[in-house]
Design a protein around this ligand. Structure first.
Ligand SMILES: [Ca+2]
Ligand SMILES: [Ca+2]
Length: 308
């Protein structure tokens, strides 16, 4: 298969993502991703590859808050299209490197107490180790911290907590694969919230499993009930009095759940006063049917992510 590299404005890219996501989600290998890389080694912001917004710190899943870095000259270069993780070299500079390489690594604990772990591990295993025994792989916000880690590393090439999201242009936020839900703190009716999500993300949030719910909990910190993408379709009542389980639809598909997962609060849905056709999630993550004309914050969904 082959891909055409396209470079439209970002707004267009977002539209493209929404309309073509199914096709885009079929990359099967790193070779597929490589084919998508910029043919011209351009340093202008790109959707894929080496732009500064594609780098994340392990502990936050976000780009640096300080923009500090210490890349070696010519790095990152994504050698062979396979370098998504970052090492500190023996001169304290940073190189992007193949995540499958096994190297010692530096964890940190609490307020930046660094510890070098001499065990040779892949970046992913190193990350898991640090998370299990310390806080995370080392985050470096400034030159002083870089020096501290350099001295800990004692002349080894070590993994640090920086990695690259290989594919981020279908999600213009700085979130990671751990967080594909976006809490929007604007008060809107359900319909306006749906429109907002469709224009800026993919759709209102779809929750088809406990895993989805868990993923939502991290960004979901509101103290108010918030719209999710579930609504009752009166057209499908077919003579019943409403709110039968088959009449609920997810905004993104217009269809009932493919998994039958739900998290209704006890006694819900109750279609109070015959006016509750839209669904909110409460702060305990349970669902209530609610009046669609109420204005509430809401949760958008960005669709599936592809990353290395
Ligand atoms: Ca490199
Ligand atoms: Ca209700």
């Amino acid at each position: 298969k082959s891909y055409v590299f396209i470079s439209p404005p970002l707004t267009w890219a977002n539209k493209f993502c929404r309309e073509n996501y199914t096709n885009l989600a079929t990359f099967e290998s790193m070779d597929d991703l490589k084919m998508l890389q910029r043919p011209d080694n351009s340093t202008s912001p790109s959707w894929i590859g080496l732009d500064s917004n594609s780098w994340r710190w392990s502990v936050t899943g976000k780009t640096s808050t300080t923009t500090y870095h210490n890349w070696a000259s010519g790095q990152p270069d994504n050698g062979n299209g396979k370098e998504f993780c970052v090492t500190m070299r023996t001169d304290a500079t940073w190189f992007d490197d193949n995540c499958a390489s096994t190297r010692p690594f530096v964890c940190y604990t609490g307020q930046r107490t660094y510890t070098m772990i001499p065990n040779l591990m892949t970046w992913n295993n190193a990350q898991a180790y640090c998370r299990a025994h310390h806080t995370d792989l080392a985050t470096i916000d400034n030159a002083l911290q870089n020096e501290e880690i350099f001295s800990q590393a004692s002349a080894n090439i070590v993994w640090i907590g920086l990695y690259r999201v290989a594919w981020s242009w279908c999600d213009r936020s700085t979130s990671t694969f751990r967080n594909w839900y976006h809490y929007v703190d604007l008060l809107m009716t359900w319909s306006d919230a749906q429109k907002y999500c469709r224009e800026n993300y993919t759709n209102l949030a779809t929750l088809e499993s406990m895993d989805d719910l868990k993923m939502l909990q991290r960004p979901y910190s509101s103290t108010s009930p918030s719209w999710i993408g579930l609504y009752d379709d009166p057209e499908s009542w077919k003579g019943t009095l409403g709110s039968d389980s088959n009449s609920w639809r997810w905004s993104v598909t217009g269809k009932t759940s493919t998994t039958t997962y739900h998290n209704w609060a006890s006694g819900q849905p109750d279609n109070l006063n015959g006016k509750e056709f839209c669904v909110t999630m409460r702060t305990d993550a349970t669902w209530f049917d609610d009046n669609c004309a109420s204005t509430r914050p809401f949760v958008c969904y960005t669709g599936k992510r592809i990353f290395a």
